[in-house]
Design a protein around this ligand. Structure first.
Ligand SMILES: O=C(O)[C@H]1O[C@H](OP(=O)(O)OP(=O)(O)OC[C@H]2O[C@@H](n3ccc(=O)[nH]c3=O)[C@H](O)[C@@H]2O)[C@H](O)[C@@H](O)[C@H]1O
Length: 443
């Protein structure tokens, strides 16, 4: 405090008469300084504006050119690949007609790969799109892409949220059908990463439907809903007429929302829509996050597996459905879809809106699934049985498939025993696990 007081005293003039003159002089000096500093500031400001402008234009140049160079799509060569892949190759005069030209979303996924191959094998044109996200091992997705490429199916690396890419694809090819399988799957992961479900299953779906509605001709859309929409429904077997307004997980809620969203596009724009409620699909090239797959891996590695159990010690059960049966259901849905009626985003008349269960109609408990795997793998599982946590799971699923049988000729033929045998054979050949070779030889 004392120091400040002494400094204040030093600033006071010694005689009062000098004050005005000295003040005037000081003011002039300050004015000079002020003008000088304003000039400098002005120069500095000019310099900064110039620097910012240079930076921004350079940045936008770098951004544009890096986007151009990094883009995984576009260009004449790319368009040629798309057209070749999309061209049907059915023999002329074939009983099945001229062939479809199908855009398969999620083509490097489990169901997407199998459906794309099946379509290609019967002579339809197929173009895939997949974002190769890291929800599970992307190397498996890349291996599936290589398999597709070896059969002449081209998969574009891109996201269904990219409207420009979708528009471009429809500009290049007048797809007759879209098989929409891209989604954020998995019931329990929805608690970890809810936003990814909204991104893919809601925003991505709308982005895709927007492109479909604008396309001329509009394609017919067949897409993957889920058995999980039945949620807390306890009337069995689950029929399409049952309640689906009580989902047990965010995953289920986004699939249910998808059914409502597709309905509006059918109603307003005349898009032909078929929603397929898949029941726990399994098989070769499957999804590593699913129980049958992760159980197999852990059993072979001698690691424990967690088996959930329902209330009152009741085992959980699923209507496990083998991939080949699902593929037949998907292809039959494409073949019977009926045309979209709109053009240029305008509806010309009513278009079909359908929903089907695609299940196996033979639920099996999770402990039984484990026992079958133990037998094929010739290794006893280290079972850790715990009460089902409140994570979105439902205690059981069981499909009524009368509607699909009647309208699609859908008839599942693969028991869980048979399907798991094929899965284990594939798993051991793909991963080449030594300890499993013994089991492989016994299949
Ligand atoms: O039909 C569908 O619509 C869904 O099917 C599939 O879901 P789910 O039927 O839940 O299959 P999945 O995870 O294999 O669990 C199977 C059973 O094992 C139990 N389970 C699971 C994991 C575990 O560690 N322990 C366990 O007991 C578990 O409690 C359950 O009882 C798809 O993943 C989903 O994307 C969606 O398509």
């Amino acid at each position: 405090m004392r120091v400040v007081a002494e400094e204040e005293e030093d600033m006071l003039p010694s005689t009062p008469g000098k004050v005005k003159i000295e003040r005037a002089g000081a003011m002039t000096r300050q004015l000079h300084r002020c003008f000088a500093s304003t000039g400098t500031m002005f120069l500095w400001a000019l310099f900064l504006v110039a620097m910012t402008a240079t930076y921004l234009s350079f940045h936008s140049f770098v951004d544009t050119s890096s986007r151009y160079f990094a883009a995984s799509w576009g260009g004449l060569h790319w368009e040629r690949q798309i057209r070749a892949s999309a061209s049907p190759r059915r023999p002329p005069g074939s009983a099945e007609g001229a062939g479809l030209s199908v855009l398969v979303t999620g083509a490097a996924g489990f169901v997407g790969t199998h459906c794309s191959l099946a379509l290609r094998k019967r002579g339809d044109g197929v173009v895939g799109i997949d974002n190769f996200n890291k929800y599970y091992d992307p190397s498996l997705k890349k291996a599936r892409r290589a398999l597709l490429a070896s059969h002449g199916v081209f998969v574009v690396e891109g996201d269904i949220n990219d409207g420009r890419l979708l528009t471009k694809l429809f500009d290049v090819v007048p797809f007759t059908h879209v098989l929409h399988l891209a989604a954020q799957a998995g019931v329990r992961y929805a608690m970890e990463n809810p936003a990814s479900y909204v991104h893919s299953n809601i925003a991505g779906l709308v982005s895709l439907l927007e492109a479909c509605k604008e396309a001329d001709p509009q394609p017919a859309v067949v897409w993957a809903s889920s058995s999980s929409v039945y949620g807390l429904n306890d009337a069995v077997p689950f029929s399409e007429a049952h309640r689906t307004d009580r989902p047990a997980s965010l995953y289920a809620a986004t699939k249910k929302a998808g059914e409502e969203i597709t309905h509006t596009y059918n109603h307003i724009y005349g898009l032909s829509v078929t929603g397929l409620r898949f029941f726990t699909v399994y098989g070769p090239w499957g999804r590593p996050d699913m129980a049958y797959f992760s159980f197999t891996r852990n059993i072979l590695q001698g690691k424990p597996i967690t088996v959930y159990r329902g209330r009152d010690h009741v085992d959980l059960a699923r209507d496990f459905t083998y991939i080949d049966d699902i593929v037949r259901g998907c292809l039959a849905s494409l073949d019977t879809a009926g045309r979209s009626t709109g053009t240029g985003g305008r509806k010309r008349g009513p278009a079909p809106y359908r929903i089907f269960n695609l299940g196996n109609t033979a639920p099996v408990t999770v402990p039984t699934l484990v026992s079958i795997l133990e037998r094929y793998l010739r290794v006893n599982a280290k079972r850790n049985v715990v009460e089902m946590p409140g994570n979105g799971d439902v205690p059981f699923t069981h499909a009524n498939i009368s509607l699909a049988r009647e309208q699609l000729g859908y008839k599942p033929t693969t028991s869980l025993e048979m399907g798991l045998k094929k899965f284990v054979r594939w798993y051991l050949s793909y991963y080449g696990y030594n300890r499993g070779t013994q089991a492989f030889n016994n299949l």
